[in-house]
Every structure is written in C-alpha cells, then in structure tokens.
Design a protein around this ligand. Structure first.
Ligand SMILES: Cc1cc2nc3c(=O)[nH]c(=O)nc-3n(C[C@H](O)[C@H](O)[C@H](O)COP(=O)(O)OP(=O)(O)OC[C@H]3O[C@@H](n4cnc5c(N)ncnc54)[C@H](O)[C@@H]3O)c2cc1C
Length: 488
C-alpha cells in the first residue's frame, strides 16, 4: 500500500520506517529543508552544529532504544553515569548529586534519595514518600486521574511541603514540559516518577554522539529509501483534499519557486505534523466532527535553546545538569558530553530557556545577556579574577510552539492515531501514547500509526495483515544497556 505522510519529525520518520517493515511504501513530505522537526540541527559557517533542543535519551525509552538497535546505530548513544545532577543556587558553584546504585528498582532510586541530604531534609523525604504511595500502589489509573491538578496543588494535597516543589520539581517540570510545577499536570511528573521507580535503568541518561539530523534521522531515511520509500524535503502540505464522502482524496503540495501545486494520491494518508499546523489545515467538514474539535484543547508551548561557545573550559562534567534557575532549565557542556562536539580546552554550553513565554519575542542579544547573568551565578569562579571566561559566539533557536503544553486536563484532548476518517491517521508526540511529549513518544506514536493502518487493512480485507507486534524486527527491548561503561 502507498502511504503519504506529512512531516519528517521523529513521528513521521518512525511511522514510515515501521510501514516499510510491514511491506508498505511510505512517502514522507517535509515542509522545511531539514529533517527532524523538533530535533532538527544546522551547521554554521564555522562548521559548528546548533540544534532546536538539547536532547537527552533515557533508559526508560524502550521504543527509541529498539529503533537504534534495528538501525544498527546503538553505538551512537553515549551513556552517562547513572546519576542526576543539580546546581545549588543557594551555594553558587556547587552541585548536588543523586547517585543511583546498580541495584534493582525501586531500591536504587530510593537509596539515591536517602543518600542525598543537600536538597531534601529527612522530614521532606518521609512526607514525599508517603505522598507518593497512592501513585505506587494504584499505578497508572491513579496517575491519569491526577491530570485534574497541577503539580504544586498535588504536592499540597498530599501534605508535601512547598519547598520540595520549588527545589526539586521545578527542575524536573521544566525539563520535561518547559513549564513550572504550578502549571504542569500532575500526570506528567507522576508518570515519569513511576517509570523511574519501576525500571532499574529508567533514569539513566544518554546523549547522541553528534547532531540528531545526521546521526539519527538520516539513518532512518536511508532505511526507508533502501526499501522503496521516499522522504522529500521542501515539500509542504498545503491542503487536505476530500472526496464527497469526507475521506481524503489527496494531499495538495504547495509548489515552491513558482512551480505548480501538486496533488499526491495514496491508499492512506498520515498527518505527522505537530498539532498547531494540523489544526490550521483541517478541512471545513472535519471541523464539525467532535474528534477533530478536541484538538482545540491542545497547543504547542514556547521554548528557547541556546548555544554559547567560550574561550576556556567552564566545567569537566560529562552529564546533563538541572540548573534550578528560574530562567533556565537543563543544560550540558556539549564539549564533554558529545563526541562530535568535543573540545578539550573550550566549553560549548547548550542550555534550554524555559518557561519561555516572556522571552520568545525578545532579541537574541537580550536572551544571551540574561543567560550570561544566570551563568555568572552558576559558575562564579569563571567569570571574575585575572582570566574571566569570554563568550566567543552564540546561537539562539526559538521555537514558539514546540511540544503540546501539558497543563491539567489535556490528557482527554490527546487523540488516538486512528481517526474517524477511514483513510486518514495521526502521528506525533502529542497523540495518545504513554510517553508524553518526548522523542520516545514521537517514535512510539509512529509505530502505533503503522500498526493502526495495518489493523485497518485487516478489517477491510478480512485477511491477516502483518502486525507490528508480530514482526520479528519489532520485538520490544525491555532494558537499556546495563553498564555505565556504555559511555565510550
Ligand atoms: C528545546 C527542546 C528540548 C527537548 N528535549 C527533549 C529531551 O531531552 N528528551 C526528549 O525525549 N524529548 C525532548 N524534546 C521533545 C522532542 O523533541 C519532541 O517530543 C519530538 O521530537 C516531537 O516529534 P514529532 O515528530 O511528534 O513532532 P515534530 O518534531 O514537531 O515534527 C513535525 C514535523 O512536521 C513538519 N510540518 C509541519 N507542517 C507541515 C506541512 N504543512 N507540510 C509538511 N510538513 C510539515 C514540521 O516541519 C516537522 O518537521 C525537546 C524538544 C525541544 C523543543
């Protein structure tokens, strides 16, 4: 079957990859001249990469890890020590670590929390453990029910002090969703906590060894094209054309450089665009359907990614850092964490600025200035004295609408991959799957879409169509690499 997919982010590419595994012919259409959507990256005139986002891979990403395995590129994931590292704003220049011992879950996480006395008092630890009990005992059902509360309210209701929210969970909330605990749905943080408590290596972090565009997206494209599929850049979907019965007749592509618009037809059609462009693109008759009206409940959240090149080393830490700064979220010295960006004598910090709603319309200069002021607090020793660190250059990448904004009540609006229109399907990290708005969520959604198309063929023909779950190439990997030695 021929399937046309709009959007070459991870969801669209994953959908196409799994469709080729099921014997179909996908054609992916990407509006931009770069692969990857929210993981896209560019090379500047000096040959330095800059990215849409600082991306960390977690051990609790079974579908992403399986994809790496199927593509034969597992060695491109640089696994870091099993620890979570936080800045301590009240003790500038110092870090606090949650070192996770290599023992079964949940004892590994519990031990790491018990051993850390910088960020939580014993009273706070006990209150938090008691507060978490219903999530552990009643599982995902309870976690889903908590979508009605923001995380600060949930902590208060569970009798956990305000300081836990501001100290630990501000960092986690901003890292996962780019918004603060008083805005984020409790379901998000409880889901992440549950995964980390259930999986021995769930909170272990890896970095890709180079740019996601070249090192992850391109191998997926090669896999697809070697098996008869296509991926076309500079191919924006302009309009979804309908048959009289409301099914899709074709995708109309906008002609670039004064070329004519072009109609593409197929057996099935997929939107792997993010939710905001999809809403704009919905044909009039579909806007009357409750399924598509629900999409109005979802919208992308703004976020900013910065890259700062310095004339000297600011840190030798080879890991993700949680800044706990009101301005910044996570950051990393990519000259330590990423093989292709390595530099033994100069730092390149990649930092996520979130929440970004008050910053997204500001100039790059203002954003860099404010970030530098934060860094002077995080690294006080490096910006004073005889040889203060000098900023050599910077890149700022603004994304006004990134992943869906995960405020309370959003779960009910996240659509399944199968729509009421027989030949039209959805993919994207905003669609319903258990991994939230993440790379893992995008890859899983693409896989679920390929499965839904296969299932619908089975329904139409009464025949047994191939299944994602049955394909020998698609066995779920339950564990990430067990060893910290995975770093090199
Ligand atoms: C700053 C930042 C940091 C992040 N950090 C992490 C992290 O550490 N770990 C993690 O797991 N996740 C992280 N994420 C989230 C992750 O990047 C996303 O969840 C995931 O990449 C979304 O993939 P997607 O395919 O669903 O959507 P997208 O990547 O948005 O892809 C949609 C694609 O559709 C294309 N498109 C739109 N309109 C059209 C059209 N008309 N015609 C054709 N194509 C169109 C777009 O150009 C885009 O390529 C981060 C995101 C950002 C922005």
């Amino acid at each position: 079957m021929r399937v046309v997919i709009a959007g070459a982010g991870l969801a669209g590419l994953s959908c196409a990859k799994y469709l080729t595994d099921l014997g179909h012919t996908p054609i992916v259409l990407e509006r931009r001249d770069v692969l990857g959507g929210l993981v896209a990256a560019w090379k500047d005139s000096d040959g330095d990469w800059y990215e849409t986002g600082l991306h960390a891979f977690f051990g609790a990403y079974p579908n992403m890890l399986q994809l790496f395995k199927e593509l034969g590129i597992e060695d491109r994931l640089q696994w870091k020590e099993h620890t979570l590292i936080f800045n301590q704003p009240d003790k500038p220049g110092t870090l606090s670590r949650f070192d996770v011992p290599d023992i079964p879950a949940p004892f590994n996480i519990i031990t790491s929390i018990l051993r850390n006395n910088d960020m939580l008092t014993w009273e706070q630890k006990i209150r938090f453990a008691i507060g978490l009990l219903p999530a552990i005992v009643r599982g995902q059902k309870y976690v889903e029910e908590m979508d009605k509360y923001n995380f600060s309210d949930w902590l208060k209701r569970r009798g956990v002090g305000e300081r836990v929210a501001s100290d630990v969970f501000m960092a986690a909330s901003k890292a996962l969703t780019f918004i603060n605990p008083d805005e984020v749905s409790s379901t998000i943080l409880l889901t992440a906590l549950n995964r980390f408590l259930q999986e021995r290596y769930g909170s272990k972090i890896a970095f890709l060894d180079g740019s996601p565009t070249e090192r992850l997206c391109q191998p997926i494209v090669d896999y697809i094209t070697e098996r008869g599929g296509q991926v076309r850049l500079n191919a924006p979907l302009k309009e979804i054309l309908l048959n009289p019965d409301g099914t899709v007749k074709g995708f109309l592509l906008r002609g670039l450089n004064e070329e004519q618009d072009q109609e593409m037809t197929a057996d099935f059609y997929v939107s792997a665009m993010s939710v905001d462009p999809l809403k704009v693109m919905l044909p009039e008759p579909w806007k009357q359907m409750e399924f598509f009206q629900q999409l109005e409940g979802l919208e992308g959240v703004p976020v900013i990614n910065l890259h700062l090149w310095f004339d000297q080393k600011l840190t030798d830490i080879d890991h993700l850092l949680f800044s706990r700064s009101p301005l910044l979220s996570v950051y990393a010295d990519m000259s330590n964490t990423c093989r292709e960006y390595a530099n033994p004598s100069r730092s390149m910090l990649e930092l996520v600025l979130a929440p970004a709603k008050d910053w997204i319309s500001k100039s790059d200069e203002e954003i860099v200035r404010a970030t530098m002021a934060e860094l002077e607090k995080l690294f006080p020793d490096h910006f004073k004295g005889d040889n203060p660190a000098k900023l050599l250059k910077s890149h700022v990448v603004k994304t006004p609408r990134s992943v869906y904004k995960a405020t309370p009540g959003r779960q009910q609006y996240r659509p399944p991959q199968k729509t009421p229109v027989a030949n039209f399907f959805l993919s994207g990290s905003y669609t319903m799957q258990r991994y939230l708005g993440s790379m893992e969520g995008a890859v899983l959604s693409g896989k679920l879409t390929a499965q839904a198309i296969s299932d619908s063929l089975r329904g139409d023909k009464g025949a047994i169509a191939p299944s994602v779950a049955n394909s020998s190439n698609l066995q779920t990997l339950t564990r990430p690499p067990a060893t910290n030695a995975a770093t090199a």
